[in-house]
Ligand binder design. Structure first.
Ligand code: PLP
Length: 471
């Protein structure tokens, strides 16, 4: 591709991106598409000869784009709402251009050092002390795998040579994200060695039961290895009692990992900082800038106060990777299973600089405010109930009718293409989750979606067969 051709193509793509951000509400959040429909529209084999960017881009617009769920849409309220902001997009454009691999300091000195600098900046925003070493992985699922791998190294240093000893236990709670259990399975702990501690009425891990379970395990000769506490759990965004859990972790010398993948970003807001109070005592903590810090997927940060243990768990000192600078630099590949590493720090740097701390704080505050606005709207309607506390920007609620009504309600709202919500089950009931976090979401988006929910529920109620009992 000639420089002129590239420039022209880049300009047409940039124009489309700018238009997307401006007109995003004109597009359905959720595509009306059946499984297999998109694949059926595409050739079964790749082309023999090259095609023009114009044609490829045209197919992107007419075939691919309409089949996408628009995560970067202000009315995407499902799971956790995320944002890819323009500075992050520009940085990813550059990172792909340079295609550097941040596996070693030598393989890309500036990428390594920028990762150190941005993670130090972020650590300061979170008011964590400088004993926390940071590393960027793709996702929180990968970050927790490394945290639990480090935990195993911490309690069983011979595991890397002899294989892990049996009976190492990982403690999560009923509402901990499934990635922790998956990591324990992948690392060979055995699913039977993952304890799911019950939660209290506010969906927080019960520290008293955690301690009893640890004592029972010790009584049976098991070795408690890692506790995963959440600051912003996935179903309800509950904050586990991290201080009490840290006391227990210290008492029994167990690695404490804090999953703040979603909620952690909120600690940048001064009045929210207390959410990380106990987390500062953790052995490791993760948060996802790609969830709620306006950085495009993927970018997940793991902080640990024990980088040498993380390194011991994963470093090999391979000959062909040695460099003259090894003694004085960080070679990030030694802190994980991945050798090749994308230049993710660049987009974090762009976002942190473009918005600054104050800009980020005001965007986070707006999401927090909108969640409280929505909560009070729901509370004013007797047909609905709030199902969990709202410490962040996720609101869990349900119609007071039965599960079937709530299921239909969710399906119809989502099928409208006007908004996209997801669900969970709390105390045996089907519950709707309305997660706010996209940088373009306005109060009007929230209010109109709430009206849509109410109108849809009323319509479903009217169409009820006679004699059906709804509250
Ligand atoms: N932890 C929490 C609390 C989450 O909500 C999620 C995903 O939603 C994860 C971990 C996993 O995140 P990722 O998709 O980055 O692996």
């Amino acid at each position: 591709m000639s420089p002129e051709e590239f420039l022209e193509a880049a300009q047409s793509h940039s124009a489309w991106i700018a238009h997307y951000f401006e007109k995003v509400r004109d597009f359905p959040v959720l595509p009306a598409i059946a499984p297999g429909e998109l694949a059926a529209k595409l050739p079964q084999s790749a082309p023999e000869t090259g095609e023009s960017i114009e044609n490829i881009f045209s197919d992107f617009r007419s075939v691919i784009f309409p089949g996408l769920t628009l995560w970067n849409h202000p009315r995407f309220f499902a799971w956790f709402s995320v944002s890819s902001t323009q500075p992050a997009i520009l940085a990813d454009f550059l990172a792909a251009t340079l295609n550097v691999n941040a596996m070693l300091w030598k393989s890309s000195p500036a990428a390594t050092e920028l990762e150190q600098v941005t993670l130090s900046w972020l650590r300061q925003w979170l008011e964590l002390d400088d004993s926390f070493f940071g590393i960027i992985y793709d996702t929180a699922s990968t970050a927790v795998l490394h945290a639990i791998g480090a935990a195993r190294e911490y309690v069983d240093p011979e595991c890397r040579t002899k294989g892990a000893r049996p009976g190492l236990i990982v403690y999560v709670c009923e509402h901990t994200h499934s990635s922790s259990e998956k990591a324990a399975i992948a690392l060979g702990f055995g699913q039977e060695n993952v304890r799911k501690i019950p939660v209290d009425a506010q969906f927080r891990m019960r520290a008293d039961v955690l301690e009893q379970t640890i004592q029972a395990d010790l009584g049976e000769g098991k070795r408690p290895c890692c506790i995963v506490a959440s600051v912003g759990s996935t179903s309800t965004s509950a904050i586990d009692p991290v201080q009490a859990i840290a006391d227990i972790a210290e008492r029994y010398n167990i690695w404490l990992h804090v999953d703040a993948a979603y909620g952690g970003s909120a600690a940048v807001v001064p009045e929210m900082r207390q959410i990380l109070e106990g987390a500062a005592r953790a052995h490791s903590l993760m948060l996802n800038p790609h969830k709620w810090l306006y950085v495009s997927i993927d970018c997940s940060v793991l902080y640990t106060r024990y980088p040498e243990i993380l390194r011991r768990a994963f470093a090999l000192g391979t000959e062909y990777l040695r460099t003259a600078e090894d003694e004085s630099v960080t070679n990030y590949n030694e802190y994980g299973v991945q050798l090749g590493r994308r230049f993710r720090a660049l987009k974090l740097w762009y976002v942190m600089r473009y918005y600054g701390r104050q800009g980020i704080v005001s965007m986070l505050r707006e999401s927090l405010r909108l969640a409280q606005t929505l909560k009070s709207l729901i509370e004013q309607d007797d047909a609905f109930e709030i199902c969990a506390p709202v410490p962040f920007s996720l609101v869990c609620f349900r119609h007071r009718g039965d599960d079937e009504l709530n299921r239909n309600l969710l399906a119809e709202v989502n099928a409208s293409g006007k908004a996209f919500l997801s669900q969970t089950v709390l105390n045996g009931n089907f519950v709707l989750r309305f997660a706010i976090g996209n940088f373009q979401t306005t109060e009007q988006d929230v209010r109109e979606t709430w009206s849509l929910i109410r109108e849809t529920a009323a319509r479903i109620g009217e169409n009820e067969p006679a004699g059906a009992t709804r509250a």
